[in-house]
Design a protein around this ligand. Structure first.
Ligand code: 5GP
Length: 201
């Protein structure tokens, strides 16, 4: 028997602080077929962030040039900065025969779902707004003003939950949430539309 699978595009969205990054990291650890698509952004790097690994950090002019070239699968303004998924990043991963992991906001996700109807979409929720604040303040990466902006945006983002196929509450155990995410992707891999199976005689 020969089994070939078409590459999957997995879209993870959810408010800042919901734990998308943690879940993306755990998924890639458990399942080497998933690779992270490194987005472009005009946001300044945080301490420890590496250009080309966490993001491609660009200025506005460079971002504009990529928009003009049609280099983005989607791009959006999020929390006052520009972010975009590069077609070249996605293609590079699919060409290797791997699955693509996108950590993108609700606007970008809507564009990807339209352009790629077979993408798998998962919304990550925090257990409460109080916990969301605690996480954003606890990670000490953003100024208070930025945290308030992200908390204000959280409700609008959560209102888009219904347009996603799956939802996971990332509560006190990221391991539990990660197991649920793994179960979703494992089931999605088995969709007939994604598998080409050739049986031996
Ligand atoms: P952060 O600044 O915390 O890294 O990301 C802020 C938000 O931007 C997150 O919700 C993240 O999912 C989103 N984001 C990151 N990359 C992209 C992208 O390429 N496109 C879109 N639309 N959103 C992105």
């Amino acid at each position: 028997m020969k089994e070939t699978r078409k590459g999957m595009l997995l879209v993870l969205s959810g408010p800042s602080g919901a734990g998308k990054g943690t879940l993306a990291g755990l998924l890639m650890k458990q399942d080497a077929s998933f690779q992270f698509s490194v987005s472009a952004t005009t946001r300044a790097p945080r301490t420890g962030e590496i250009n080309g690994v966490h993001y491609h950090f660009l200025d506005d002019a460079a971002f504009d040039a990529l928009v003009a070239e049609g280099a983005f699968l989607e791009h959006a303004n999020v929390h006052g900065h520009r972010y975009g998924t590069l077609k070249s990043e996605v293609d590079k991963i699919l060409d290797k025969g791997c699955n693509v992991l996108l950590d993108i906001d609700v606007q970008g996700a809507a564009m990807v779902m339209k352009a790629k109807p077979d993408a798998v979409s998962v919304f990550i929720l925090p257990p409460s707004f109080t916990e969301l604040r605690r996480r954003l303040e606890g990670r000490k990466t953003d100024a208070q003003e930025e945290i308030e902006r992200r908390l204000n945006n959280a409700r609008a983002e959560i209102s888009q939950l219904g347009s996603y196929q799956y939802v996971i509450v990332n509560g006190s155990s990221p391991e539990d949430a990660s197991r649920t995410l793994k179960a979703i992707v494992d089931a999605e891999k088995q969709r007939t539309a994604r598998c080409i199976i050739e049986l031996d005689d």
